[in-house]
Write a protein that binds this ligand. Structure first.
Ligand SMILES: NC(=O)c1ccc[n+]([C@@H]2O[C@H](COP(=O)([O-])OP(=O)(O)OC[C@H]3O[C@@H](n4cnc5c(N)ncnc54)[C@H](O)[C@@H]3O)[C@@H](O)[C@H]2O)c1
Ligand SMILES: [Zn+2]
Ligand SMILES: [Zn+2]
Length: 361
């Protein structure tokens, strides 16, 4: 059976998104059909729309979602209709070089559904990050469904499916932030503020939030920032040094993803400190720096895909921390919107008015 459902697609580079009917097949072997309940609007969806990720249009947008499993395909044993799940884009294969080395968080061959979702005329869709969840129903690999406590509403749980996990994980998993650390986060959107929340959760002693938008800095304080710096007013690196006894921070996180913000992160670190790049650069961006600086300052320069998370390990724990009142996921939800409002949500994101617009389906 094919399910005809409403969904949001990006048909061509920079064209406005469209709400259309798509066809979603019943799940085949290893697949699951999920009734999406809520899906956050992430900056990566905007990157897709603008052509920053590739040109495999039409894209089925949305990838930060939670919902309920409607049906599962042959051979799926650990998931059943009715299960409440967060969708993930890291269904690990268990067989690639990295999985075999015991590092499934870097899996080089993650699973997605094999069957294609299509437009009504049969044109195959490219689901954003292999998910495609601005849709009433979506088809994913069963491994992309992570069961969590249904007491957490989909509007907040879904955020763990991308941006919030990416930010928390960039701090804790990739950056190794721990108690007593000093941390700086450049770019305090959903991802950056999640890095702040994560650093706060594990006991960082100093958390410096940096954004060019004063509103974002006010929000950052609510997630645990101890200091804020308004970018564009003076030298950001100097201001971070001034706040850290002249030394710089242990961990600097770039949640913007531009050459100039990465360079700031590089220079605002203490000797032997860590840089984490979690913002996604576009293909044209380049960096030119003296090689000696890399050598002389030591430390580690890392990038963080999806916060180096393992969904099966991290999603249930973070959901439970939310339910215990220790991780304020609800503060990321600036507004709840419908599937018809995504273009407006992109504009609000662009103007910096929201942390997350969450589509309720
Ligand atoms: N690595 C991953 O796995 C992963 C996952 C999700 C999102 N992302 C990426 O993370 C980035 C942030 O996503 P988001 O949803 O939080 O976006 P967002 O648009 O909500 O936030 C970006 C923030 O950066 C600020 N900013 C922009 N330029 C700046 C500058 N020069 N200096 C200081 N602040 C600046 C903006 O004011 C805004 O607050 C995007 O590039 C997104 O694609 C990465
Ligand atoms: Zn693997
Ligand atoms: Zn995302």
């Amino acid at each position: 059976m094919v399910h005809a459902v409403k969904a949001v697609i990006s048909r061509a580079k920079d064209a406005p998104v469209e709400v259309v009917t798509i066809h979603v097949p019943d799940p085949g072997p290893g697949e699951a059909l999920v009734k999406v309940q809520a899906c956050g609007v992430c900056h990566t969806d905007l990157h897709y729309k603008l052509g920053g990720i590739g040109d495999s249009y039409p894209y089925l947008l949305g990838h930060e979602a939670a919902g309920v499993v409607e049906s599962v395909g042959e051979g799926v044993t650990d998931l059943a209709p009715g299960d409440y799940v967060i969708l993930n884009w890291r269904a690990v294969c268990g067989e690639c070089r990295s999985c075999l080395k015991g590092k499934p968080q870097y899996c080089f061959n993650t699973h997605n559904a094999t069957q294609k979702m299509t437009l009504e005329d049969g044109t195959e869709l490219s689901p954003a990050l292999g998910i495609g969840a601005f849709a009433e129903k979506t088809l994913v690999h069963a491994g992309q469904c992570t069961k969590v406590d249904p007491a957490a509403p989909a509007t907040v749980a879904g955020l763990l499916g991308c941006g919030v996990m990416a930010g928390i994980g960039a701090a804790i998993n990739t950056g190794g932030v721990t108690r007593n650390d000093s941390v700086a986060v450049i770019g305090c959107g959903g991802v950056g503020n999640a890095a702040i929340a994560g650093s706060h959760l594990v006991g960082a002693k100093q958390i410096i939030a940096i954004d060019r938008d004063a509103r974002k800095l006010e929000w950052a304080k609510e997630f645990g920032a101890t200091h804020t710096i308004l970018a564009g007013e003076g030298d950001v690196v100097e201001q971070v040094r001034a706040l850290t006894g002249g030394h710089g921070v242990d961990v600097a996180i770039d949640a913007v993803g531009r050459p100039e913000t990465w360079e700031q992160a590089f220079y605002m670190r203490d000797l032997a400190g860590t840089v984490v790049l979690v913002g996604v650069p576009t293909p044209a961006m380049e960096l030119k720096m003296p090689l000696l600086e890399f050598f002389g300052r030591g430390g580690s320069l890392k990038s963080s895909w999806y916060g180096d998370c393992l969904p099966s390990r991290d999603f249930p724990v973070l959901t439970d921390l939310y339910l215990q009142g220790r991780l304020p996921l609800e503060k990321f939800v600036s507004e709840e919107i419908t599937i018809n409002d995504i273009e407006t949500a992109f504009e609000k994101m662009h103007r910096g008015e929201v942390l997350r617009s969450v589509v309720v389906i």
